[in-house]
Design a protein around this ligand. Structure first.
Ligand SMILES: Nc1ncnc2c1ncn2[C@@H]1O[C@H](COP(=O)(O)OP(=O)(O)OP(=O)(O)O)[C@@H](O)[C@H]1O
Length: 599
């Protein structure tokens, strides 16, 4: 009874240490494969007994009963069938467990990606990209061992020893008691070593994340590092972080080997105790040969799953360490992100309606998480349908933050954004964004063909629509000059585009999207005067018949604006047209004089 309690307590501790309930909940999505893993585990336990019983029967009949080969042939056939079946069951169990691993990894990756998309650019800006990539790729991958090795072994470690005990007790009470007494030794050692390895595995995963973040940073900033002559310093830092990861990995390997040694020792000693106890009683004729042989054969099988569980415990550990970070991301409150469902208005009522109304900011305030000062303070203005509104201000005044609020990447901390009488937060975010085209300062090129890169703006666009958008943006002549035309691969691993060409691609995306509200961050760098004028022309055409909010860097754009919003330190300090604001001689005039925001 005491032992049963000890065992229960010991396994309870293991459960707390290595069986994350949220990970188990994930496994439920692959419930058929999980059920199959358990069934195969159970069948494995029964086959171990069948194998031991037929093997001991064959040996006892041949050596003690002096039976001929012909007499034991049926038993040998049965033994062969059991061998084959056992191999099949082991294979089936592994296939099923791998099925669980593949499903869970796929689902976790999807969940992570959806969550990161919902958390939006504001969250990602606060995280290290390399660390997020490491958690989403290596982190999820390290769960493979958890689901394909540790969990199935846990099932086997529960099923096989139990089946062995059930078979041994009726045959020999003393041997059953010895097995029951020695069984907890392995889990106890596992827990002791597991405590040590938990800290080491967490340290290893942290080192891996740091190394990934560092590598990604280095790759992204290679041009800057080269230009500043910092590549040698960086190489030294890379070897430092790699060394840190190596040390952490060696630490984990050391404990793995140590625990393998201890578990082997405990398993072998326990088997030896059973063997000695059986041997002595066999010698004194207190136990039958077949019975003794059966127990001797099943004794190692009794400890084997527990020993293997001890070894796979480490594989499970890395999974748990990675899962902690994955669930931390999944549990991040979506204070900034907009819910994609549960909105009070149906999409059908909204399509095309809200955008015909003025879009108004009413006393909008915004604080970035963790920052004490608001970046936008009590901002109120309206954009009338068809208006070109220019947003100007010094660097850091809050222009991009305001554009991100309008795009729904972040939510106002105070105040409201309205479209007519509807609050933005009541409009499904997908519907809201469907009416918006966004052209940023640094167009993003995705890996793929040119045509794929344009279709991002409209998945079902026909080639004619794409061609028309490209002509409007002045991209058609760039495409015509490329040997593979629209099929030219760009982005990672493909050809690059110049700053001006990439900008045209971004404008072509906006033409293709054909949304009524355009949010535009004017490019400032990398363009020669001719390119700049050509792009300004394209941009002007894009603005026709659209409502436009432009983060303006060119004086010409600001002059043409129906309304200019001047941001200073998060406050909307002035609002009006160019001539009036200039005449006022306030913040706008100072900005123009300083050559920022207007030129
Ligand atoms: N993700 C963020 N987390 C915390 N603070 C941020 C974040 N993004 C921007 N900020 C801060 O908010 C302030 C306003 O930034 P914002 O990017 O909106 O300015 P901006 O006017 O667009 O500047 P620029 O013209 O240089 O792009 C800055 O002080 C900036 O440091």
């Amino acid at each position: 009874m005491v032992n049963a309690l000890t065992r229960a307590r010991a396994s309870g501790t293991i459960i707390r240490m290595n069986i994350d309930p949220r990970l188990l909940r994930q496994a439920r999505i692959a419930h058929t494969a999980l059920l199959l893993t358990v069934i195969f585990g159970l069948a494995g336990g029964l086959l171990v007994l069948a194998q031991a019983s037929s093997l001991s029967a064959v040996i006892a009949r041949v050596f003690i009963g002096k039976q001929s080969l012909a007499q034991v042939i049926p038993l040998l056939r049965w033994l062969l069938a059991v061998f084959i079946l056992r191999a099949g069951v082991v294979l089936g169990g592994e296939v099923a467990a791998n099925g669980v691993a593949v499903r869970v990894k796929g689902s976790l990756r999807e969940l992570l990606l959806e969550k990161l998309i919902r958390l939006g650019p504001a969250y990602q800006a606060r995280q290290e990209s390399g660390e997020l990539v490491a958690s989403a790729l290596q982190g999820v991958e390290s769960l493979d061992a958890y689901f394909s090795q540790f969990l199935p072994q846990l099932v086997l470690a529960a099923m096989i020893p139990l089946a062995v005990l059930v078979a041994v007790f009726p045959r020999d009470l003393l041997s059953g008691a010895v097995l029951l007494l020695t069984a907890p030794l392995i889990p106890i050692f596992m827990i002791l070593i597991g405590r040590l390895s938990e800290a080491l595995t967490t340290r290893q995963f942290t080192a891996l994340k740091r190394m990934s973040a560092f590598f990604l940073d280095t790759l992204q900033g290679l041009t800057t590092l080269k230009a500043l002559g910092q590549s040698h310093n960086r190489a030294a830092r890379i070897s430092e972080v790699s060394e840190c990861y190596r040390r952490a990995t060696m630490g984990v390997l050391q404990t793995t080997f140590l625990s393998a040694l201890v578990l082997e020792l405990v398993g072998t000693l326990s088997t030896a105790i059973v063997a000695v106890e059986i041997g002595l009683r066999l010698m004194y004729g207190r136990l039958g040969f077949e019975q003794a042989l059966f127990i001797l054969i099943v004794a190692p099988e009794f400890y084997l799953p527990l020993r293997t569980l001890g070894l796979r415990f480490h594989a499970g550990m890395s999974g748990v360490a990675a899962a902690r970070r994955i669930f931390e991301i999944l549990d991040t409150p979506e204070t900034d992100a907009r819910s994609q469902s549960g909105n009070v208005y149906r999409s059908a009522r909204l399509t095309g309606s809200w955008i015909d109304q003025p879009v108004c900011f009413e006393s909008v305030t915004y604080y970035y998480p963790g920052r004490e000062e608001a970046v936008l303070k009590d901002i109120s203005f309206c954009i009338q349908p068809g208006e070109l509104v220019a947003l100007v201000g010094r660097s850091g005044a809050g222009k991009s933050t305001l554009a991100h609020l309008l795009l729904g990447f972040i939510q106002p901390t105070g105040g409201k954004i309205r479209a007519g009488h509807q609050r933005m937060q009541d409009i499904p975010i997908e519907d809201w964004r469907r009416q918006i085209a966004w052209v940023g300062q640094q167009p993003v090129l995705f890996q793929g063909s040119l045509v794929d890169n344009l279709r991002i703006a409209k998945d079902d666009a026909s080639l004619e629509e794409i061609q028309r958008a490209a002509e409007q943006a002045g991209l058609a002549e760039v495409v015509a000059a490329l040997p593979s035309g629209w099929d030219t691969r760009i982005g990672d691993g493909g050809v690059g585009l110049s700053g001006g060409q990439a900008q045209r691609l971004a404008l072509a995306r906006a033409f293709l999207r054909d949304a009524p509200l355009l949010i535009l961050d004017e490019p400032t760098a990398h363009l020669d005067p001719v390119q700049e004028m050509a792009l300004a022309d394209v941009t002007r055409r894009l603005c026709v018949d659209r409502t436009v909010l432009v983060i303006a860097h060119r004086l010409q754009t600001v002059r043409e604006a129906d309304n200019i919003l001047v941001l200073e330190d998060g406050h909307l300090v002035e609002m009006g047209q160019h001539d009036d604001l200039l005449a006022q001689g306030g913040a706008y005039a100072r900005l123009l004089r300083a050559g920022e925001g207007g030129e």
